[in-house]
Design a binder for this molecule. Sequence first.
Ligand code: TAP
Length: 733
Amino acid sequence: MKIAVIGQSLFGQEVYKELKKAGHQIVGIFTIPDKDGKEDPLAAEGVKDGTPVFKYTRWRVKGKAIPEVVSEYSSLGAELNVLPFCSQFIPMEIIDFPKHGSIIYHPSLLPRHRGASAINWFPRVIEMSQKLTLFGSTLISNASPQGQTLDIPGAHAPAIVSRNGLFLFGNDGKMLLVKSLQFEDGKMIPASKYFSSSESSSLQLTEEEEKIKEQLRVSAEDMLCSIGYCPMGNSGETFHLRSGDRTDVRILFVLAVCRLVEEIKLKCQGLQLQNEDVYMATTFGDLTQTLVKKLRGEDDEEELPIDYVELNIDNLTLRMPHQLFIDGQFVDAEGGKCYNSINPTDGSVICRVSLAQVADVDKAVAAAKEAFETGEWGRMNPRDRGRLIYKLADLMEQHQEELATIEAIDSGAVYTLALKTHVGMSIQTFRYFAGWCDKIQGCTIPINQARPNHNLTFTKREPVGVCGIVIPWNYPLMMLAWKTAACLAAGNTVVLKPAQVTPLTALKFAELTVKAGFPKGVVNILPGAGSLIGQRIADHPDVRKLGFTGSTAVGKQIMKSCALVNVKKVSLELGGKSPLIIFSDCDLVKAVRAGMGAVFFNKGENCIAAGRLFIEESIHDQFLQKVVEEVKKMKIGNPLDRSTDHGPQNHKAHLDKLIEYCATGVKEGATLAYGGKQVPRPGFFFEPTVFTDVQDSMFIAKEESFGPIMIISKFQNGTRSSERVSEDQNSHH
Ligand code: TAP
């Protein structure tokens, strides 16, 4: 192609060389005059190659293009102008002269005459079936976009129209993601809708809507007149501004659009349009159609189809998604695999839940990667991200009773505790991290004290990408919140595996992310087996970080897998056996209350539970007697009953483990002061249990039960007990 290069600087020189390398004929270089007798690098390069170089001081006089300059330029017959870093005012006669128009690239300068949109790649004209102008582009170096291909004559490879926009491929392997397209007639559409934009049919307005249209016409005309346009005249209804208009007008236009949007809100029952809705509407007619669609509620995103399992409990209808959540959709697992989610209160099946397979992990990670690399999430202003997370927290609050009830039937958590802790703290966690979104910043570091000091060293915090999250079953929603909220606030995307035995609040949470407006692929939830799904997440090369809460043994295994595959970042919150030491000068009533809370809270399924109590010998018998008295008063029963203190253990395997744990304690010679057995009723209830005379060498002194089992050892003075505590390698990791 015959190209004229108009620009300057080393960047201009580089662009010129690349164009030549690509086989184009450079018919002329137009650059700035020499400074202090020194040529601009672009001019120097052209001279070396024998390319004609022109150095005009200016192209216009009194706002008019200089005829000699225009004719000299035109005589070269350029088919395309490329403007790399051009600081001069180039007349529109020159910009529009070549048959392919101009490509303007400004790494730092924003020339006054091009307006705000010129800050990006701006190929003004691309020959497809019609001429298009591209707006809002991002350079992407590493992505595999999915979508419909679009042939562009002369392009290195066909473009792809994806749900995130139009991908154009360069011959350097990089790609440009374009957000919006403008047609010759001025109509603007999201690039993602290139193939579907003409499908929408126009609505027949009702009498009432016609009235609104007329009111709106007055406001729109007023707005346009305020910036010196008289656009809707007799025939046309056009009111958009074409690119290339003056920047000062453009700014007025933006302000006028804001006014119009507010006026619409006032006149149309609080209807909130976005400024973009006005930009996208080419004609007044288009704007009216958009507005009426919104008023009728037809414009809402298609409602997500969810195959709920519905249950009515305590006058509350639970609507529970039960399929995997991948890329913003609830879907069956590969091969339609399912399993039963069990209610520990009576051992009944709550519902069938999709059981993720390895292929599902790969799909979820691919969706999370795309959402991060090319989706809206990755490009979103952190403040808007914060707003979405706040909205999610609000929705969780609106659904808190439903979430708490689901938690109670799925994990056996006592309802009131679930409401305040499992769900309440999860909501607060999302609110807390939402506030962090726009406060994640780096620092400048004075690395060199030398004078003069020209070093500038700074850190910038960036999201890592796809984060894998694997969590346990004791606080299903809260574990999800603690891990997920921080990842999302920082701008990452997430693939989360809940514990297989407690998947239901995580799936309900997924539904709420859709309601909050999270883009597809940002959150993905995969109920499934740890050894398969958790392991695949740890092994996946596109997962950049793994957050895990669970047992120490699995944590070690995960750390190893993450190191081997791609040295991914890992954070682990593991098991422990925290001590509680009670001295003889304590307030015994308070000490008993504290000891019981520390052991029996949430049925002992608590990672910060007191795994061992050291009681000073002189008060041991009294303490024990009081504890046993109090334990006997605990009301064991249905967790949905508001007066219940102690619900069922989380699942059958855990109950069996506790029974075995107690049998080991008895066999080793510890004194079983109370409990130690399954409660004789349906479900997985275990008696709150108290052991004493536990020696340091015993299994139950060393191993965490993760259940309602108090392990008491005596000590004679404080020094001895703290030595025994510090010898314990098992404190919370
Ligand atoms: P784990 O058996 O370690 O399970 C935790 C999670 O890891 C589950 O989702 C499990 O999947 C998954 N998993 C199992 N094997 C895996 C593998 N090879 N690769 C990846 N993921 C795998 O722990 P648990 O028994 O459920 O939970 C109890 C333990 O968690 C206790 O030790 C407790 O102290 C600890 N915990 C610690 C904390 C904190 S804050 N530190 C909080 C809660 C619990 P499945 O669904 O198949 O089991």
